[in-house]
Write a protein that binds this ligand. Structure first.
Ligand code: HEM
Ligand SMILES: *[C@@H]1O[C@H](CO)[C@@H](O)[C@H](O)[C@H]1NC(C)=O
Ligand SMILES: *[C@@H]1O[C@H](CO)[C@@H](O)[C@H](O)[C@H]1NC(C)=O
Ligand SMILES: *[C@@H]1O[C@H](CO)[C@@H](O)[C@H](O)[C@H]1NC(C)=O
Ligand SMILES: *[C@@H]1O[C@H](CO)[C@@H](O)[C@H](O)[C@H]1NC(C)=O
Ligand SMILES: *[C@@H]1O[C@H](CO)[C@@H](O)[C@H](O)[C@H]1NC(C)=O
Length: 568
């Protein structure tokens, strides 16, 4: 029985595969050129060849392209700039090829050819016609061959055909005038949502007013052929924007404005293949390029006539996720970004809008929240108990230990465990040191916080004559950790806090004041008690009351901060 089901299923699968695109109308595959029915992409060299009848071309030239090398059922052919991803020029089908091939529109009319039926063929000849104007450079033909339904080769390339014409933009970059001398009027958020699409971090910031504003905007011409782009943000190297199908890096159409060795801004066009340095591709047709650097803020604007293209989408009316990143340069090349911002949703850049960001990644928020929870509750209480509440429950803890000791140890171990988890969380998301002082402080705190319980485990007995060494070390280390942890929390909140008035940092300032006040109250109370010599049990209940109130206050500050982080 099982065997019959298997056979029927196999036949169904094969039939559905064969019937998928027998007509060759495969515009879905315009960019990646992968047959939609395929599951068996061949990575071996394969028998097929793409021949050209010339080694050079200029505007308007014709090139004969021949597909051969074995029999095949289907194919697709495009011309692309070497290293580029969008099709270029147009094809015509000579009468010798007859009904075997048809023209497809991949962004540009007739910019690709494919089969008309699934019949077996051994050779196809078509003619490619170079564009008569616009940006040109060396090209290469790229073909997909389908041998059998499930067996195909993608990206079979011809030799490069050298461009010998005199097009305007043949390089991969153009250098702009030096900083300061630029006629670029300041980039601002005027018109966001009404005449342009804007994406910024923090959301809705205005780069003409705020120096802490990463900003990009796009305006699509009414024909959809051109997109006017602006970008601005503080960087010592480059800022870049990307159009993407998803929120991850890889297969993104990227424009980079970066400082060269002479302090001028260059624009580069790139395409990313993954989370590695994107490939610089032909700049293509860019006009009105303007740029400036003022007080470390790079601004640039230009109009691109290149068809926006990722692996799956093409053109300015497809929806894209927008990306905005910045980082430094090394020897004229970009190095990995310090920060990368991605829009929440895909946007149609043909329609003016203000695009939102999810802000910090969830793991970064979880890291911040967990750190705040542990350092504002367990760590804070644990330290105060060890200093001021040693009188509570003497000998009442488990195993003859004092109650304060058991509680202190438990709270501090909880703090170390929670901090370790938060520490691992953030390093699984952010694998660099670009957060300034924060990651450095965080690492020192983490190391000292791990030393504290380790040393405590091997301490000598309470009556040992060297015990005072442990006591001093333990107390001193505790205070160093406390101060550094507060500094780490402040610097961390500065990174997270995208609110206009930075209220998260202010709330944290309030918490530090609150805690300092408590220490002053408890310390003076202790002094007074020493002089007064009143009933010990009464005074500990007084301290417990103060502690309870303190804890309630902590909770209020904590809740405010957690809500703030949630809102980012
Ligand atoms: C030297 C160049 C670059 C390198 C080596 C690089 C490398 C990486 C790596 C390793 C990640 C993953 C980070 C992580 O998982 O935490 C990443 C993420 C990302 N990259 Fe790049 N990148 C480069 C340039 C660019 C450029 C020019 C863009 C422009 C759009 C870009 C956009 C992004 C975006 C949007 C993310 C996702 C960030 C996130 O998940 O929050 N990258 N990159
Ligand atoms: C290549 O073929 C095209 C179109 O058939 C023709 O116009 C052109 O002259 C040929 N080039 C060479 C170098 O033979
Ligand atoms: C290149 O840009 C110019 C405008 O600067 C435009 O007139 C021309 O058609 C563009 N060429 C292509 C191939 O898009
Ligand atoms: C190159 O430029 C010259 C004049 O500058 C022009 O006459 C000629 O047609 C151009 N060639 C091409 C292929 O555009
Ligand atoms: C930098 O300036 C020098 C001389 O002013 C020039 O020769 C060189 O080509 C420039 N380099 C770049 C990358 O623009
Ligand atoms: C994007 O917007 C333009 C203009 O309003 C519209 O013509 C186009 O169909 C939209 N694209 C999508 C995918 O909705």
């Amino acid at each position: 029985m099982d065997r019959y089901i298997f056979i029927v299923a196999t036949i169904a699968l094969v039939l559905s595969g064969v019937r998928c695109y027998p007509s060759g109308k495969v515009t879905e595959s315009c960019i990646d050129m992968v047959p939609q029915h395929g599951s068996n992409l061949q990575t071996s060299k394969g028998p097929y060849l793409v021949d050209v009848n010339t080694s050079s071309f200029k505007e308007g030239d014709k090139v004969t392209v021949t597909l051969r090398g074995g029999t095949f059922l289907g194919f697709m052919l495009q011309a692309r700039l070497v290293g580029g991803v969008s099709p270029l020029g147009s094809f015509s089908i000579p009468s010798v090829t007859g009904g075997q091939a048809q023209l497809l529109t991949c962004g540009i009319t007739n910019s690709a050819v494919s089969h008309t039926s699934g019949s077996s063929k051994s050779s196809i000849q078509v003619t490619w016609i170079a564009p008569t104007s616009g940006p040109l450079n060396n090209i290469q033909f790229s073909a997909t061959f389908v041998q059998k339904t499930q067996t195909f080769w993608v990206g079979v390339k011809s030799s490069a055909v050298t461009y010998t014409g005199n097009g305007t933009f043949t390089g991969t970059s153009i250098t702009n005038m030096p900083p300061g001398s630029s006629s670029l009027s300041p980039i601002s958020s005027n018109g966001c949502g009404s005449s342009k699409v804007c994406f910024s971090q923090p959301m809705s910031c205005d780069p003409s007013v705020s120096s802490n504003c990463y900003f990009m905007s796009a305006v699509t011409s009414s024909s959809g052929a051109a997109v006017q782009v602006e970008m601005a943000g503080a960087s010592n190297g480059y800022i870049a924007i990307g159009f993407s199908d998803d929120q991850k890096m890889g297969n993104d159409d990227i424009y980079i404005c970066g400082l060269d060795n002479n302090g001028s801004i260059q624009i580069k066009h790139a395409f990313s293949t993954g989370t590695v340095t994107p490939n610089i591709i032909s700049l293509g047709n860019i006009s009105n390029f303007k740029a400036s650097v003022n007080n470390g803020i790079i601004s640039c604007s230009f109009t691109t006539w290149n068809t926006i293209s990722t692996q799956r989408s093409i053109g300015s009316s497809s929806p894209y996720y927008l990306m905005l990143v910045y980082g430094s340069m090394s020897n004229g090349n970009i190095v990995v970004h310090n920060r990368a911002y991605v829009s929440d949703s895909q946007v149609n850049i043909s329609n003016p809008a203000i695009v939102t960001t999810g802000g910090e990644p969830p793991l970064v928020k979880a890291h911040g929240s967990l750190m705040l929870i542990s350092w504002m509750t367990t760590a804070s209480l644990g330290m105060i108990i060890a200093r001021y509440l040693k009188g509570v429950g003497r000998g009442k803890g488990c195993g003859n230990k004092d109650m304060w000791f058991v509680v202190h140890m438990t709270l501090m171990i909880l703090t170390v465990v929670a901090s370790s988890i938060a520490f691992i969380l953030v390093f699984s998301e952010v694998r660099d040191w670009t957060g300034g002082a924060h990651p450095v402080l965080g690492c020192i705190v983490m190391i000292l916080a791990l030393i504290q319980p380790s040393v405590a485990m091997f301490r000598c007995g309470p009556t040992d004559k060297w015990r005072f060494v442990f006591n001093w070390f333990h107390a001193l280390n505790a205070w160093v950790i406390k101060v550094l942890a507060m500094a780490a929390i402040f610097t961390g909140l500065l990174l997270l806090d995208a609110t206009d008035n930075q209220w998260l940092v202010k709330v944290m300032g309030g918490f530090v004041g609150w805690e300092a006040a408590l220490y002053i109250v408890l310390e003076s109370y202790r002094c007074w008690k020493r002089n007064d010599n009143s009933d010990a049990s009464e005074s500990t209940s007084m301290e417990l009351l103060i502690l309870g109130l303190f804890f309630l206050g902590n909770l209020c500050f904590l809740v405010a901060l957690l809500v703030g982080i949630g809102m980012q």
